[in-house]
Design a protein around this ligand. Sequence first.
Ligand code: ADP
Ligand code: MP5
Length: 274
Amino acid sequence: MSFNILSIAGTDPSGGAGIQADLKAFSALGGYGMTVVTALVAQTTTGVTEVHDVPARFVTSQLDTLLRDVRVDAVKIGMLSNAEVIGAVADAIDAYRLPNVVLDPVMVAKSGDRLLAEEAVGALRSQLLPRADLITPNLPESADLLGCTEAVDLAEMAEQAHRLVELGPARVLLKGGHLRGATSTDLLLAPDAPPETLTAPRVDTTNTHGTGCTLSSAIAALRPQRPDWSSAVRDAKSYLTEALRHADELDVGHGKGPVHHFYAWWQEKKASGS
Ligand SMILES: Nc1ncnc2c1ncn2[C@@H]1O[C@H](COP(=O)(O)OP(=O)(O)O)[C@@H](O)[C@H]1O
Ligand SMILES: Cc1ncc(COP(=O)(O)O)c(N)n1
């Protein structure tokens, strides 16, 4: 059985974030990757120089053309750029009843450049959060969605995760990568279940370009292959931690480099039956 995984996102010519990272994660984790491009981004490990938005009408055209032909088993949504594109994606989720929707509410790149217009945050909140099976905000994105200050510890993260669930997504993975400490801890929360804490050793690397893209894509790729969201999210986090551990083997650019999509890890895991 093969699973078709769709990324709806922007591009990164340096291959570390966006659509390019998503396809690497899908392939590494045994999914068949497909893409709908929302924005062409001139960026690399040092930052963004220019963004060329794809017109919403053409995002719809890509979605319709693809979805009339191909079954989709899971969707990862990343950079959407503006409110019109958000509307186009929301319509497609409804029209094609897209399953296993993982929404990474991308707003600002690690370099500090905006990837979603400030005035589109409301559209993301009202139109896409309620349609998502899982949202994966980092701490600044959580604060923007809730209109509050960034969480500074696990207790504040738990409180924000509860408030995010009330905005309508089926579940929230609030990522704690922006906090300091020996571990990097995320919180998984669904309305009907106790919160789950996912902790990984913090990898000492500056190669963190595309960590959020990689994690959300790994979850989308694994969800159809796992019995529940919790196991998909846990395995995706293990995959990302391994990709971070091997990041220093790469020699890409002069800024925050990409993680290393470590195909061998998944193959070994599969071979050992775990
Ligand atoms: N140095 C690190 N070592 C291990 N895990 C990390 C590290 N930095 C981030 N992570 C993990 O990577 C994922 C994405 O992290 P985060 O930085 O919070 O989001 P984003 O990439 O969207 O800004 C989370 O699971 C987080 O815990
Ligand atoms: C097209 C695109 N999507 C998402 C990100 C965020 O990734 P990061 O926060 O690691 O810069 C990015 N830089 N580019």
